[in-house]
Design a protein around this ligand. Structure first.
Ligand SMILES: *Cc1c(COP(=O)(O)O)cnc(C)c1O
Length: 379
């Protein structure tokens, strides 16, 4: 078996990140909410133009925080796309909420806005939007639906940092949105995330829930002279070492994004006629969307073809990966009542989608090996 020498993802850590981590290590504060955390939050607030950003230990935890902030409880329902990551549904399920799965659009693989209203009931608390690959959902239509029914919109923006819709950053449309800094995302600190609070009414309570249900954040700001237990809560603060690493990555964002963009456009250019000749599709990027070059996916004409292409690449030492299993057909989804045929587009695409290696440090030589291998392949 050939060893994989072109991974799907390779973390790219520069000198600035290393210097910041060293600085955090030699400071007198290793726990959360120190200087590096503050600088990350401020930078993210500035990048997004959002009133408040709080770092969390993961995007999963930021989603859990959103469930607590929206008071999702037993019997409440949350609308989520079936073609999504487990945390997008789990964060509400663990509060007793019930996910109502909606199919995705064939073009962008985002939640199909025309199918959302059919699952809304008086128990619906929120619609969770996932901008797949950082290409925006039809936010205008979706926000209108939510407004009409008086329900909240949360954006799972794990893929969509630095992307926009009509010039406005993704992650700023919902009352709350979440970011991921897991190592597979565009900027990373290994494991990490953030909650973006666009509706200021949630700011104070978010600070409390994130700090174990105490008003310690206000205490640190000098607004009160002692802190106490005031609400439910958990511990969602990343340590300063992680915030230091994240700050370095965020400050290198232009370089990271330029490199990812170069890789993405090289794939698109070199594979253009091959995709046409082989009945392969790329997810659409509508005119109003700018994308963050989070991943490069191919939608192959059949599941059999995907297996063969993956195997072909693997034999050449290249790792390609697929996702997602439709949530409604996973073991948990079936337990919740999911059935085959509920979300046909999610079922269709999940067997055919393949993601090629895409990361800032992918060299031209490596990428040429990937494209040469793909170009030799016939579906
Ligand atoms: C990566 C990802 C998450 C989870 O992020 P973590 O930071 O690992 O918890 C959630 N939603 C989507 C869409 C993701 O891609």
């Amino acid at each position: 078996m050939t060893a994989i020498d072109i991974p799907f993802n390779r973390v790219f850590v520069g000198d600035r990140e290393k210097a910041y981590v060293a600085e955090a290590l030699s400071s007198d504060r290793l726990s959360g909410d120190g200087r590096f955390t503050r600088r990350c939050s401020e930078l993210l607030e500035q990048i997004l133009g959002a009133p408040r950003v709080l770092l969390t230990t993961s995007c999963t935890h930021a989603l859990e925080l959103s469930a607590l902030l929206l008071d999702v409880g037993p019997g409440d329902e949350v609308v989520v796309p079936s073609f999504a990551f487990v945390s997008t549904a789990n964060a509400y399920l663990i509060r007793g909420g019930r996910p109502r799965f909606v199919d995705v659009r064939r073009d962008t693989l985002n939640i199909d806005e025309s199918k959302v209203e059919a699952v809304i009931t008086p128990r619906t608390k929120a619609i969770v939007l996932l901008h797949y690959g950082g290409v925006s959902c039809e936010v205008e239509a979706l926000l209108q639906i939510a407004r009409r029914h008086g329900i909240a919109v949360v954006e799972d923006n794990a893929h969509g940092l630095f992307a926009s819709y009509d010039g406005r950053p993704l992650g700023t449309f919902g009352c709350l949105s979440t970011q991921s800094f897991h190592e597979t995302k565009n900027v990373t600190c290994g494991e990490g995330g953030a909650i973006v609070i666009n509706d200021p009414q949630y700011i104070e309570r978010a600070e409390i829930i994130r700090e174990k249900g105490t008003d310690r954040t206000r205490f640190f700001r000098g607004e009160i002279d002692k802190y106490t237990w005031v609400d439910v809560g958990s511990s969602y603060l990343p340590a300063e070492i992680l915030a230091a690493l994240l700050l370095g990555q965020l400050e290198a964002r232009e370089r990271i994004q330029a490199a990812r963009r170069r890789v993405w456009t090289t794939y698109a250019d070199r594979l253009e006629s091959w995709t046409r000749e082989n009945g392969v599709r790329l997810p659409a990027v509508p005119e109003r969307c700018t994308q963050p070059y989070h991943h490069f996916c191919l939608i192959l004409p059949s599941p059999e073809c995907r297996v063969r292409l993956m195997e072909c690449l693997r034999r050449a030492g290249i790792l390609s990966v697929f996702h997602y299993q439709p949530l409604h057909l996973s073991r948990m989804g079936v337990e919740l009542g999911g059935q085959e045929g509920d979300c046909p587009v999610s079922e269709w695409v999940s067997g055919r989608l393949l993601r090629l290696p895409l990361f800032a440090g992918l060299t031209e030589v490596e990428q040429a090996r990937v494209t040469d291998e793909v170009l030799r392949f016939r579906c």
